[in-house]
Structures are given as C-alpha cells and as structure tokens.
Design a protein around this ligand. Sequence first.
Ligand SMILES: [Zn+2]
Length: 401
Amino acid sequence: MTSSPKTGPNVAVDPDGATRTIPERVARRVWVVAGGRCTFCNRYLLSEEHTGQPVAVGQLAHIVGWTTKDGSPRGSDPLPLDDRNLEDNLILMCHDQHRVIDNRSLWDTYDTQTLRTFKHAHERRIKQLTGLTEEDRSTVLRVVAHVHGTATALSTSNVARTLLADGRFPDYALAGIDEFEVDLRRIPGEDTPGQGYWTSALAHLRDSVDRLTAHVAREKIHHVSLFSLARVPLLVALGTMLDDTVPTEIYPKRRGQDEGWGWTNGAPTVDFTHRAVDAPTGAANVQVLFCVSGTVDPARMPTAPAPAARYEIRPVSAAPGPELIASRGSLDAFASAWRTLLAELEHTHPGLESIDVFAAVPLSAAVAIGRVPMRAIHPRLRVFDRDTTSGTYQFALEVGR
Ligand SMILES: [Zn+2]
C-alpha cells in the first residue's frame, strides 16, 4: 500500500482509509466511462455539490478488494492480484456508497456479480446519453387535463424517459419548462363541458400552439414531441393546429401495468378500414364513426337534422379495444384509413362543408383525426363529445384547417 498521495482522482481507498494509487491511464478511463458520476446514486463527482467547488469528490472502488487479506472486501475472489487494479475491477463511486459496499456486514449484499452488473448498467447508460447530439433534441408540448388519469402521469421525468427510449431528449432550453404546457385543469366544467368550457380550452390550446409555431417559423424547433391528455374534441382540435413543416411525434399513453407513455416494443401493426354504414342518396350530412378503443353506439348519437350518410372506421381483423394502437405503425394505419375515406368523400359528396365526428379512440388517434384533413381542401370537422356517465354524444366544437 502506498502512503501518498492520499486523495485525488486516481486514488483507491480501502475500508480503513489506506490508499492505493491507480495508474493515471486506468483511472482516467474509469472516470470517463462513468461520466464522472457515482455508479450507485449518479451524483456528479467532479465538484462538490453544496459548495460547488471544483474538487473531485469521487472515489475509485475495487469490486474485488486489492489484497486477499481478511479485511479486504470481496478479496477472497479468485481474481489474480495483478488484475485487481485494472479498469474492469474498478468502479467510480461517491464516498458514502463506497463505505456501504465495503462494509463487512454487506459484502454478501454487494457481491462481485452485483457490483459488476451495476457498473455495466451505469456505463452503458452514460454511453447512450452522451451519444445524443443536438439533432436528437425535441421540443415537448404537453397538454394536461384531469381525464384518463392524473397529472403525475405526465411528469417531466416521465416525458424524458419516453423520449430517451426513442433516442431523443427533451429540449426545454428554448422557452422555459412550462412554456409549451397547456394546463386545462384550471378551466371549470371539464366533467360536464358546456360551450364555455370548449371556448376557453380551445383558446388556451391555440395560444400555446401559436407560440410553438412562431418558434418553428424561426427554425428554433425541428422536432416536436406531443404528450396530450384531454377530452377527445380538444385533441382533434389540437391535431388541426399542428404545423406540418416540422416532424411531430404523437406519443400514446400506455395502458396496463406501468401506465407510462410511449410505444410498446413489439406491438403488432393493426390495419384499419372504412365502410359505408348507410349512404342514402342526396344526404346533406355526413357522419364518421371512429370505432377504435370501443364502438360508437348510434343509439347514443343525436338525431341528424337531415338525411345523413354514415361511415365507419374500424380495425380490419380485430375487435375495437383500448390497447389497439400500441405501435407507430398502427397509428399510421389508422391515419391512412381516415385519409382514404376523406378522399372518397371528396368524390361522393362534392362540396361537403363539414363532417360530424363521433370518436371512440385513444388519445393519439384523436390527435390524428384532426391532423389528417388538409387546410382549405377538406371539410371542417364538427366534433361530438361523449358524456362519461350517460354515454351519449353531444356537439362540442367545430374545427377546420
Ligand atoms: Zn453515490
């Protein structure tokens, strides 16, 4: 064991304070692969967190202790002594947790296999995160309401996790963390929305999207990640407001155990198709029923004032269900079926001014319903809202592109 130096980024410390100098080249590699952060708690170790002084507070810890002596943590492992000061056997840690893993009563808890697993997971994560470039940043637009869950399901860490799983990271630098958050929870009447609610909520949405669009126009934004939780008519409206010039990912809310956000790995692509349910000649009114998370019951729809043509979009070879759109491919297939129906309506109902929309769809599909129609080409959408308790549909708002 060496007596000097006692501290420094290339010094390993044992439980009784004895130090050993690790070759500079090895120490540098351990610090770099760990990103200068504690393998256990991720604390930044190149400066002291309370004073902010640029003093390295990390320690190199041995997975297998550097001697075979009785007090050497995990030192009885067969790893040759010559290999114990190599990169593979060293992990970067803060002082506190270094003490924990070297505490004799915890050697079994923090055995060599456990510590290697921690080391590799930490180093893999650091490599992935530091591999992200400016091109991978995405501006986050969040729309928060009470429906379908609580706001905690949309925390910033949840958003970051979802983006990272997609090889992106959230860019909040542009305008402050809440700049592109539309919080609809303060608007009264969400449970039994009347025209006052829809007007207010629409104005809030429009305001945020306008600010976002202004930044897009100045080329400050090149990718948008949308996380939205609101009643279906507002999500359709949001879809009509989104700018087509910048790639936009509409993230779904997952159902089931974790209740997180994002696409489900390995989820199949579900195809969608449309059919005419009822197409009387001379129909002045067109209704489209989107049956994705469930079916739309015509008995719960208001009576149309004129002879109505009714179309339906539904999955090709599956029954409607809440977990149907779990992959990007399924959302694209849904949008494509809607686009095809719109094109068909241009021929069968030339000059059509508006379409009545009745949707039993997940959040992501609701946004897609608004996003597909093209400005100045397609009819406007009159969107109906489903009353949560009675299940009946009531007119909510009219939007167009
Ligand atoms: Zn730590």
